[in-house]
Design a protein around this ligand. Structure first.
Ligand code: NAD
Length: 286
């Protein structure tokens, strides 16, 4: 899939639109040929506004391509046992192929145990240790959607990964660590930086591919980026109703060969990857 670079800006919305068009067709034939409608269940515990928004965006995307989506809205006071019962029930349902537990959970709940209760075959977020373990040994099945979206964009824009110096800022389980594994699986030389890294710039300045997922507004300035680098900005910071990324986009765009905007970059590709995973999960049981 070869894309067209528009003035050095990675157009996440355009990539996701193309993926959605392909999935819409695929899902229509799955329905017509085998009577299968891919199904996603999201689990939303409590009333966190950001989580509510993310779940809404995922449901809207499912509607656009023909995936059945339902939201298990659970009260913030739910017990761990009740949450595990909901997951267990979804694990057994034939019409649900993907289960997504929206994080963060209220403090009294054990997110790790809940994640591990999801059937790995329905773990479309790719957070289950079984799927994470497979990713580490180079067997990529369900992998976390955000780093998978970055790989998708690299492929879309025909960026070679092999032999490149890749630097990731952020070492979370959902973005930084799986991103590192996915780039290593494609033979990049990978450095992972984080809040304890002594001299961040000394790493970022050498990156051919730079992925930033720290959640710190404009952490990465123009002088920290190598000329011609490909830069992915995963971060989201909201300030007075405006969304900012981790990269000083205006200035870095002059220096990078490709860079993602925020919003409209990594976010839509993350959702497109989720849709792909749900469709794949449904095909597996065909
Ligand atoms: P996290 O809080 O779990 O991890 C943040 C990471 O950044 C940690 O490794 C931390 O050490 C590092 N970090 C923090 N400050 C730093 C600094 N000053 N210098 C260097 N490293 C620093 O976050 P996460 O869940 O990985 O998410 C990161 C950001 O990406 C957040 O803003 C989040 O909202 C966003 N996000 C966006 C998407 C999307 O689809 N666009 C998906 C997931 C996360």
């Amino acid at each position: 899939m070869a894309g067209e670079a528009k003035q050095g800006i990675i157009d996440g919305r355009a990539i996701s639109k193309q993926i959605e068009a392909e999935l819409t067709e695929e899902i229509a034939s799955m329905k017509a040929d085998a009577g299968i409608v891919p199904g996603l269940a999201t689990i939303l515990v409590g009333q966190d506004p950001a989580s509510q928004l993310y779940v809404r965006l995922k449901h809207k995307a499912c509607d656009r391509v023909g995936i059945y989506a339902e939201d298990q809205k659970l009260d913030a006071s739910i017990t761990q046992e009740e949450l595990l019962d909901v997951i267990e029930n979804l694990n057994t349902r034939a019409d649900i192929h993907g289960i997504l537990l929206q994080l963060p959970l209220p403090q009294h709940l054990d997110a790790k145990e809940a994640m591990q209760a999801i059937d790995p075959a329905k773990d479309v977020d790719g957070f289950h240790p079984y799927n994470m373990g497979n990713l580490m040994i180079g067997d990529e099945g369900f992998v976390p959607c955000t780093p998978a979206g970055v790989i998708l964009a690299l492929e879309y824009y025909d960026v070679d990964i092999e032999g490149k110096d890749a630097v990731i800022v952020g070492h979370s389980n959902v973005v930084g660590k799986p991103m590192a594994a996915m780039l290593l699986n494609r033979n990049a030389t990978v450095a992972v930086c984080h809040v304890y890294t002594k001299d961040l710039k000394s790493y970022t300045i050498d990156a051919d591919i730079l992925v930033v997922a720290a959640g710190v507004k404009h952490l990465i300035k123009e002088d920290m980026v190598k000329k011609g680098a490909v830069v992915f900005d995963v971060g989201i910071t909201e300030e007075e109703g405006k969304i900012y990324g981790d990269v000083d986009f205006e200035n870095v765009a002059n220096k990078a060969s490709l860079v993602t905007p925020v919003p409209g970059g990594v976010g839509p590709m993350t959702i497109a990857t989720l849709l792909t995973h749900v469709t794949f999960a449904a095909k597996e049981i065909e």
